[in-house]
Design a protein around this ligand. Structure first.
Ligand SMILES: NC(=O)c1ccc[n+]([C@@H]2O[C@H](COP(=O)([O-])OP(=O)(O)OC[C@H]3O[C@@H](n4cnc5c(N)ncnc54)[C@H](O)[C@@H]3O)[C@@H](O)[C@H]2O)c1
Length: 413
């Protein structure tokens, strides 16, 4: 099949490369010239496990362009939906993309929204905008559930494929397109599909905040929240996933999607108290690390090694990373930050151009008065703390294999 993907970010590029791998001809459109040039020259503009190789393998089936010249009949919109200052999503990118698609698409196209948008948006806002251009089309909403760091695997092995449609034509085409993927397909309305995505993210984030809340109490009680949550997660009604206590959830999805759900529902006259509490706890959780650190020292003028900037391991993405509020607070208190991350330092420089970025863990730990571990990168499992001035190590994510020779604290264990 011939497919057009609008937006070459984590979702768009993964979708494009995976559809190409399934034998489809794929065109990628993005307004970011640099990204498109990289893709054209065979370089993945983002880091995702396996993406570079799979892209190279299928390069002859992938065309990348900044121009909206669309001959394909199936068009996926995968552009970003970041938060506005009030928490609602910024629909600008989706609407710009939809308008450009509407102007340039062929008659009888199928437009599939993959971006995460508030329930009702596809039918009430995107569809009427495209209709203004007078062409016949079908619209569908096909939310994406992939995790960054495991994007290719997740795309190819989803738990389910959700297809929100208004007519049988879109359903048939999308069923055929997804045929090579062995996963149950659930057919819904576009609004239900949008809500499935928000409700899934909200529930996963709630599990994390719940584990953190229990973890904060476990810390006071002097017991191990990981053992507690292991016991909790063995109940099949609960499942062991997303119960790792730590410094909270970050990334480009959970924080923004929960805010959008909360603000959007409030506009409809319903205040989601549970979602509000999940977000509030998540804002407070990273600061637990500072509280623990200040039990040991006044951080003013101290060298603090910050290991891990990405919002989680195996990605270079720092959006809403929990290391951001921690670094902000440390800077406010006059600490000298020596940061290291295997992948995410370039991206973090946009947030903190003036902290010290180290080439290695060893450089960050040299003469450090304390070390904070904020991302669960595998390379942090075994660390040599011998060059630290003071051997205080605080873990925000549980990753260390040994705690020998250090003064150790876990954020909530
Ligand atoms: N990142 C994830 O893990 C993930 C998972 C599931 C769903 N989602 C959702 O998928 C959507 C995309 O997320 P992402 O992380 O891939 O975003 P991203 O920021 O990585 O990429 C978005 C891309 O869209 C491009 N773009 C913006 N406006 C455009 C336009 N008018 N025409 C063409 N290209 C345009 C940008 O240049 C950028 O390359 C969001 O709604 C997000 O919530 C993301």
């Amino acid at each position: 099949m011939e497919i057009c993907i609008v937006g070459a970010g984590y979702v768009g590029l993964t979708t494009a490369v995976c559809f190409a791998e399934m034998g489809n001809e794929v065109k990628i459109i993005d307004i970011d010239k640099e990204k498109i040039e990289k893709i054209k020259s065979g370089i993945a503009p983002i880091y995702e496990e396996g993406l570079q190789k799979l892209m190279e393998k299928n390069l002859d089936r992938i065309e990348a362009t900044t121009s909206y010249s669309i001959e394909e009949n199936i068009i996926f919109i995968c552009v970003g939906t970041p938060s506005l200052p009030d928490g609602k999503i910024n629909l600008k990118y989706v609407l710009d993309a939809a308008e450009n698609v509407a102007k340039n698409m062929k008659e009888e196209s199928i437009i599939v929204i993959k971006s995460t948008i508030f329930p009702g948006t596809t039918q009430k806002i995107v569809k009427p905008l495209i209709e203004k251009y007078g062409k016949k089309f079908s619209i569908a909403m096909n939310p994406e559930f992939l995790r960054e760091g495991k994007a290719i695997y997740d795309f190819m092995n989803p738990d389910r494929i959700v297809i929100g449609i208004e007519d049988g034509k879109a359903e048939n085409v999308l069923r055929k397109l997804y045929e090579p993927i062995k996963a149950p397909i659930i057919i819904t309305t576009p609004t239900e599909a949008e809500m499935i995505k928000y409700a899934s993210n909200a529930l996963l984030a709630t599990k994390i905040s719940f584990a953190n809340e229990i973890g904060n109490l476990c810390k006071i009680l002097g017991i191990d929240v990981y053992k507690v949550m292991k016991g909790v997660g063995m109940d099949h009604r609960i499942s062991p996933y997303f119960l790792d206590a730590g410094i909270g959830f970050g990334g480009s999805c959970f924080p923004k999607d929960l805010k959008a759900l909360y603000v959007g529902s409030k506009e409809l006259g319903y205040e989601m108290d549970l979602i509000k509490a999940v977000l509030e706890l998540n804002d407070k959780q990273p600061l637990q690390v500072i509280k623990i650190l200040e039990k040991y020292m006044d951080v003013n003028g101290k060298n603090i090694a910050v290991l891990g900037l990405a919002f989680k391991a195996n990605t270079d993405d720092v959006r809403e990373s929990r290391s951001i509020p921690i670094i902000e607070k440390l800077m406010e208190k006059g600490a000298i930050i020596k940061a290291y991350d295997p992948m995410a330092m370039e991206n973090m420089k946009k947030f903190f151009p003036r902290i010290i970025y180290c080439k290695s863990v060893a450089e960050a730990l040299e003469n450090a008065d304390a070390c904070l571990i904020l991302t669960d990168w595998k390379e942090f499992e075994k660390l040599d703390f011998s060059k630290m001035r003071n051997k205080l190590v605080i873990e925000g994510r549980k990753v260390l294999k040994s705690r020998e020779g250090i003064i150790y604290e876990g954020v909530c264990w």
